[in-house]
Design a protein around this ligand. Sequence first.
Ligand code: FAD
Length: 399
Amino acid sequence: MDQQRPIIIVGGGIGGLTMALALARKGLPSIVLEQAPQLRETGAGIQLCPNVFKMFEYLEIIEPMKQIAVFPDNLVYVDGINGCKFLTVSLGEELLSRFKYPYGVFHREELLKTLAAQCLKYPEVAFITDAKVTGLEELSDRVVVTTEKGQRVEGEIVIGCDGLWSVVRSAICGEEKPRFSKHVAYRGVIPLSKIPGHLRPNNVVHWVRDNSHLVHYPIGSQGFLNIVAIIQTTNTYAFDDIQGNPTELTERFAGSQPEILELLKEVNPNRKWLLFDRDPITHWSKGRMTLVGDSAHPTLPYLTQGAGLAIEDAVILAERLVEHQGDYQAAFKEYQEERYLRAGYVQLMSRAYGEAHHSTGVARELRDMMIAMRTPEENYEWLAKMYQGIDIHSKVPHG
Ligand SMILES: Cc1cc2nc3c(=O)[nH]c(=O)nc-3n(C[C@H](O)[C@H](O)[C@H](O)COP(=O)(O)OP(=O)(O)OC[C@H]3O[C@@H](n4cnc5c(N)ncnc54)[C@H](O)[C@@H]3O)c2cc1C
């Protein structure tokens, strides 16, 4: 590809760094502009499914990723009120016999550091931190990006990897606020050594009840337990309200199984994360600008696929850019046509799974019963859908 200027990547999160890496492997230079003073991830744990490890293999980073991953034995669902364990899905041998790749959980910081280290192997990648993008101007032959501090960076194209509140998305799609799901997350990350043995199995455990649930799994090469408690709120919060509401948190989990109440003590009640998503869209490119990851299709976390989609997006977009040899609009068109149904599926199904997680009354009992009756085939259906892709054609090989 005869490229005059670098590709500008706005945002140095999981999507942005994977994008830079995927481009560098094709010999395409990029500049990553990140608003934070250093590359960092908020939150602690992240689950990545076999479809994502397939991308890691494609990017030739599967070994470093395996070194920092924890591989849980099972995915377990327990009713948080009556303590009934109604589902156990093996994430070990049986999963590997169905899919070629594993299901791993990560400390987000280690994941991002590993991606950054892989990027730095390539002279094609440059990072500029403390560079909050505030302006985008598209000219006939280039784009000009300006930052809050007055820097001016010129590039061939701009790829917005700037997450939920993306400025690049606003430039492409107009201003439209994300949708507050009424789900509110609280988190805790505790050294495993401080947690009694019965509360830290090598499993991803979902305690689901009505209007709330709690998930925990071990993460990180240093050994932590990642705990996320999510409640359904009836309060109206300002979109940037991060002050925790300990009373609401305690009330939502009142009457839970003792394990939940013990784990809840390890969650920080003073800091909350409001969970947002957006409705799916078909077009997220305009002129010399396109989007990757949460900026294009932010999703609730219930399919554990938000970061996975960002990583897949990056791989596929890099492929299309090379194939179309500088015809950016053709590359963007093909890329988004290939991705929007898959992303839309995750966005909509995550809402449905979120509803199921928080079912009340008879619906809660039916949820537990119906899930307990599922066949092994049905238990892996969600992972299989993501592994194989849905009814869309993708030129990235599906194993
Ligand atoms: C509670 C919770 C649990 C989750 N669990 C999982 C999971 O288990 N598995 C999974 O796959 N996904 C999960 N996700 C989703 C996942 O975190 C996101 O989908 C993923 O982080 C998206 O990556 P991204 O790079 O697109 O965006 P982000 O991670 O939001 O990164 C955007 C980056 O852009 C930077 N930025 C923003 N604006 C600007 C600007 N104007 N200028 C410069 N830089 C800017 C930000 O500082 C940030 O570094 C979860 C999400 C939540 C909330």
